[in-house]
Design a binder for this molecule. Structure first.
Ligand code: NAD
Length: 506
């Protein structure tokens, strides 16, 4: 594997020992404790990272605060910040392969998916570089005579960015690119299962020309390092991606010091196939929605609603395709599904499958660990399909975050909308139909932050993404996301020079 010299790690006995980036320096935890990261394909430890405690988080937040308040970053214009963001984008493009390989090793995602993701990543930084010098307030006609009234859109300050293990660098980018464009500084904390790719990525900042402390990374677990970051009074904004349960805890902790919060949380997204849909396209889209990335994506289309007439044919096609999915080495060019990211997660997915069987859903495909000897060390689970699912069953209610599809038949549009919305989540949805009126009608009726029509799992730097209901708060991507990292100041300037009655407001 290609490595960048003098950067985030050194190697001993075939294991990479990473350091954290704090205030422009690569450091160990003050306690010198580390934790191990396991390659989910081999089941073996491949890297270690520092186990940050409260003291380390405090050091990183102070570094970010100093860079914001006192360093050159706070004085830079949007145009200058844009220049650095563009340079970072160039360096990401040069190192895309390296970051993709590290992330695939850490979380088991296919190299072909990671490679595509990392090649697209620079676009986020170019897009937000374009925004950096267009973040402005407005002049408001004053209702009082003799006043100039205008607003300024100012960076919110220090951002704590916490991401999960399924796409660490991409999900960090959704926070980092608008935050840097706005002029904030950032302390990132990747998940304890996958610390490596964010640390490799952090190695690009110095070369791109960012002043020390603008971007910092602490590694460690959620209850200690993550919680310390959220609770730190020096953090002005918490940008979090993870489970709904943790998101609620994060919001409560952030409330103690009134930090602004954005949350990208879980989902139980419906894929809706009407009788008139192109069944080949919808079959492909449903497979992409639940079996790509082994179902470990927040936007997984895990509930499939199929209209009665199309039901049997679509289910037949789906199970045929699911059974043909090639499980294997995430680095294999032929591989279509890798392992899930870690052992406890595999157990969680298996538990959900057992619950589906216990509740009486019909398991028509998968459900087990594959028997092939070359897959025994990895955390593999077969692509799994349940039919005859009721929307009230646990497999239809709870996020599984694995390759498990629940098929629910429906008869008419009205009943469909009620069932599709009958979930506490509201992240995404897919609608498959050739009827253009129905497509828009249903897209408008669904309570979800993103609806795809005759497509699934398409995202972009310029399309706002986020959840309704328990799937989140705030939006990432698109110009709108810059507002998450800014606050507005109103400036009143008296123009007449006259004194006013001090006991009258206005
Ligand atoms: P998780 O909530 O357990 O962990 C996510 C991150 O939060 C990790 O970095 C973890 O260390 C940290 N964390 C844990 N407890 C914390 C605490 N008390 N305070 C601060 N930080 C804490 O999530 P997970 O189960 O590992 O990740 C999968 C979840 O992420 C799924 O629910 C999935 O839907 C969601 N997700 C959402 C999106 C989205 O954009 N909506 C994208 C990807 C994943």
């Amino acid at each position: 594997m290609q490595t960048r010299p003098d950067e985030a790690h050194e190697e001993t006995g075939g294991i990479r020992n990473y350091k954290m980036l704090v205030g422009g320096e690569w450091v160990d935890a003050r306690s010198e404790k580390t934790f191990e990261s396991v390659n989910p394909y081999t089941g073996r430890v491949w890297a270690t990272a520092p186990e940050a405690g409260e003291e380390d988080v405090d050091r990183a937040v102070r570094a970010a605060r100093e860079a914001f308040d006192e360093g050159p970053w706070g004085k830079m214009t949007g145009t200058e910040r844009a220049r650095l963001l563009r340079r970072l984008a160039e360096l990401i493009a040069e190192n895309a392969d390296l970051i993709a390989r590290v992330e695939s090793t850490d979380n088991g995602k296919l190299i072909k998916e990671m490679g595509g993701q990392m090649k697209a990543l620079p676009e986020w930084y170019y897009y937000f570089a374009g925004a950096a010098d267009k973040i402005h307030g407005e002049t408001i006609p004053s209702d009082k005579p003799n006043f100039l009234l205008y607003t300024r859109r100012e960076p919110i300050g220090v951002v704590g960015a916490i991401v999960p293990w399924n796409s660490p660098v991409l999900l960090l980018t959704w926070k980092l690119a608008p935050a840097l464009a706005a002029g904030c500084t950032v302390v990132a904390k990747p998940a304890e299962q996958t610390p490596a790719s964010v640390l490799e990525f952090a190695g690009l900042f110095e070369e791109a020309g960012f002043p020390p402390g603008v971007f910092n990374v602490v590694t460690g677990d959620g209850p200690t390092a993550g919680r310390a970051l959220v609770r730190h009074p020096g953090v002005d904004k918490v940008a979090f991606t993870g489970s709904t349960q943790t998101g609620i805890a994060v919001m409560k902790d952030a409330a103690d010091h009134l930090a602004k919060v954005s949350l990208e949380l879980g989902g139980k997204s419906p894929q809706i196939v009407f009788d008139d849909a192109d069944l080949e396209a919808s079959n492909n889209g449903v497979v992409a929605g639940i079996f790509a990335a082994a179902g470990q994506t927040c936007m997984a289309g895990s509930r499939l609603f199929v209209q009665q007439k199309a039901h049997d044919e679509l289910v037949g096609r789906l199970s045929e395709r699911a059974e043909a999915i090639k499980l294997g080495d995430p680095f294999g060019t032929e591989t279509e599904m890798g392992p899930v990211a870690f052992k406890e997660h595999l157990e969680k997915v298996q538990d959900a499958i057992r619950a589906g069987q216990d509740e009486g859903a019909e398991l028509i495909c998968g459900g087990n660990r594959p028997e092939a000897p070359e897959l025994r060390d990895g955390y593999f689970i077969e692509p799994t399909i349940f039919t005859g699912v009721d929307n009230g069953m646990r497999i239809a209610r709870e996020e599984i975050f694995g390759p498990v599809l629940s098929v629910i038949p429906f008869e008419d549009e009205e009943e469909l909308i009620e069932q599709a919305n009958g979930t506490r989540f509201g992240l995404a949805a897919g609608v498959w139909t050739k009827d253009i009126r129905r497509a828009h009608r249903v897209a408008h009726a669904l309570r979800a932050g993103t609806v795809w029509v005759n497509s699934y799992r398409t995202v972009s730097f310029n399309a706002p993404f986020g959840g309704y209901k328990m799937s989140g708060l705030g939006r990432e991507n698109g110009l709108e996301s810059v507002n998450e990292y800014t606050q507005v100041k109103s400036v009143w300037v008296e123009l007449s020079g006259q004194t006013r009655d001090p006991f009258v407001l206005g």
